[in-house]
Design a protein around this ligand. Structure first.
Ligand code: PBG
Length: 323
């Protein structure tokens, strides 16, 4: 029966009716807050293109994480900015590295906070590429070994979940195998399964000082034109032992979020990246959009597309909006 018997507007008439038929919900515990930890002491440096986001040294990081946790966000994703970088990214798998120390401090102060770590070499290499460079190219298999060492050092420090973001082939299998060998079978892997080669990472590279000094990342991150390939990546990572899959960026890749969710049934995360955040902040600051409404619309869209949880720089700010 169609119009006039059917009138979809009837259930949109009042806030209460709209609440009854709302299909998607968003709550603080759907959100993961990324945090940047830097060497040194007393550091709390705002990132120019990302208002409200800071580089913190360890004790400031713990304070920030305590506020985030108190706001109802149950997980953080850690990125490290080491004091020194070198050709092989040694700082990434150093037991006394900045992320390893931060994990220990967070676990001691906030044992219930879920600590996820980004596993990649780009913040630690002098050339800024995500792996070991040989003959001008990132060598896959050597990089995988270094990533597994990194993941193990994070697990040893107490990480709950490791999240490899490098896009090397075979890294999930290798990390899973080596974690298990070292007695960390309880540490989960959140794979950045479909990470696109995106211009929206720009502000992050300023924050982490990780822009490649030569070339780009097209040789390992995915081509934004591809969708079938993302599904293949996701299935391979599950076969290799991934516990959850991440799609990144989020807003321009909602079709990928939906396809990966439908075709795998696995827990799916989406990463609303630095550029997505910066655009909302900039337009809001100029008075061109209502930032709060636009940010919440972006987040609910990501969930509606099929994400179970969202990594977002809005986590801390949005938690009280949702409570
Ligand atoms: C590191 C990594 C990047 C991001 C997350 N992990 C940067 C990159 O690949 O250049 C980007 C996150 C963001 O833009 O918020 N491999």
């Amino acid at each position: 029966m169609s119009f006039p018997a059917t009138r979809l507007r009837r259930l949109r008439r009042t806030p209460a009716l709209r609440g009854l038929v709302r299909e998607t919900s968003l709550s603080p515990d759907d959100l993961i807050m990324p945090l940047f930890v830097t060497a040194g002491t007393g550091v709390r440096e705002e990132i120019a293109a990302m208002p409200g986001i800071y580089r913190h040294s360890i004790s400031e990081l713990v304070d920030e994480a305590a506020e985030i946790h108190a706001a109802g966000v149950s997980a953080v994703l850690l990125f490290g900015i080491p004091s020194e970088k070198d050709e092989t990214g040694t700082g990434a798998y150093d037991d006394a590295g900045v992320v390893q120390m931060a994990i220990r401090a967070l676990k001691e102060a906030l044992p219930d906070l879920t600590v996820i770590t980004d596993v990649c070499l780009c913040e630690y290499t002098s050339h800024g590429q995500c792996g070991f460079v040989r003959d001008g190219e990132v060598d896959n298999d050597i990089t995988v070994e270094l990533l597994a060492r990194t993941a193990i050092s994070h697990a040893e420090a107490g990480a709950d979940i490791v999240a490899p973001s490098d896009m090397m082939d075979g890294r999930i299998g290798s990390i899973r195998y080596q974690l298990d060998e070292e007695g960390h079978s309880g540490v989960a892997i959140l794979s950045y399964a479909a990470k696109y080669c995106s211009a929206f990472y720009g502000p992050f590279r300023e924050a982490a000082d990780s822009a490649p000094s030569f070339g780009d990342r097209h040789g390992y991150q995915m081509d934004p034109a591809n969708g079938d390939e993302a599904v293949r990546e996701a299935k391979l990572d599950l076969d290799e032992g991934a516990d959850a899959l991440m799609i990144k960026p989020a807003s321009h890749y909602l079709d990928i979020v939906r396809r990966v969710k439908d075709e795998t049934g696995a827990p799916v995360a989406a990463y609303q990246v630095s550029g997505e955040y910066s655009m909302l902040k900039a337009a809001g600051a100029n008075g061109w959009i209502d930032e709060k409404k636009a940010a919440l619309e972006a987040l609910i869209s990501i969930k509606r597309a099929g994400a179970d949880f969202i990594v977002t720089y809005y986590a801390k700010e949005a938690a009280p909006w949702l409570a």
